[in-house]
Design a protein around this ligand. Structure first.
Ligand code: B12
Length: 209
């Protein structure tokens, strides 16, 4: 079955195969929403579980996420044309002064795989840029990543700026990255700390349900 083939290709990270299988599914009149909900999201869930069980490590997660993105690139424009609404809207980035992006990108891709509209701002993102992006797309969730103890303090500045802009109440702030602890997240007034991408997806789903 083509759908199962797509799942397998994503889980195995076969980036050359996922676009062809996705096209074949669309040619068979399978709706973009169904491709996403029945095959892409469950496939990324399997990848997340394999990561949790330490059967997969970062390289496997990244290739799977790229294979998923190659499929998403075909499905996303069609979804945008239809009335299907994303699970929620997320702005994500690595904080100012920090150039580590691998973990943040995994979180972004897993959220995309789970049906979220994700605006990934990249690395070295200023508080101003975070707040502007949140306002621009009217995001439900702001995700900030930091792996450097020297850079993580700027998360506090961003949260303060959200307060000043009067939009802190209507956005959930989730933070993560090797430098961050649950205690730090509490201290700066973030809503949630997540240890890994799988937890981030679970939490984001709960926050937007
Ligand atoms: C790869 C790496 C680099 C690469 C980054 C490449 C890239 N394009 O990202 C390079 C070589 C560029 C680099 C540079 C530096 N690095 Co470096 N780097 C690492 C290393 C080895 C791995 C990081 C990584 O990718 N891990 C794999 C990913 C999957 O894990 P993760 O990022 O933790 O992400 C997971 C979770 O944390 C969570 N998560 C992450 N972000 C988010 C965000 C949200 C919203 C949520 C919910 C969850 C979440 O989910 C992710 C997936 O499950 C770490 C060591 C380590 N153990 O972390 C050091 C490390 C982070 N680096 C360190 C340092 C010091 C540096 C440099 C200053 C070195 C130097 N002297 O030049 C520079 C800083 C450059 C800068 N300004 O940022 C230190 C930081 C120490 C500290 N406490 O501040 C570490 C801890 C190494 C060490 N033990 O000393 N680094």
């Amino acid at each position: 079955m083509l759908g199962e083939e797509l799942m397998e290709a994503i889980i195995e990270g076969r980036i050359d195969d996922t676009p062809d299988i996705t096209r074949a599914l669309l040619d068979d009149a399978v709706s973009p929403k169904e491709i996403m909900d029945k095959y892409m999201i469950p496939a990324m869930q399997v990848v997340g579980e394999k990561f949790e069980e330490q059967e997969y490590f970062v390289p496997e997660v990244l290739v799977a996420a790229h294979a998923m993105q190659a499929s998403l690139a075909l499905v996303e424009p069609l979804l945008a044309q239809s009335d299907e609404r994303p699970t929620g809207k997320v702005v994500i980035g690595t904080v100012k002064g920090d150039l580590h992006e691998i973990g943040k990108n995994i979180v972004a891709m897993m959220l995309q795989g789970a049906g979220f509209q994700v605006n990934n701002l990249g690395v070295d993102v200023s508080s101003e840029a975070f707040v502007a992006a949140v306002e621009e797309i009217d995001a439900d969730i702001l995700g900030m990543s930091s792996l450097l103890t020297t850079a993580m303090r700027s998360m506090q500045d961003t949260i303060d700026m959200l307060l000043e802009a009067g939009i802190r109440e209507r956005i959930k702030v989730i933070v993560g990255g090797a430098a961050i602890t649950p205690e730090f997240a509490r201290r700066i007034g973030a809503d949630v700390y997540c240890e890994d991408a799988n937890e981030a997806v679970k939490v984001a789903r709960e926050l937007c349900s």
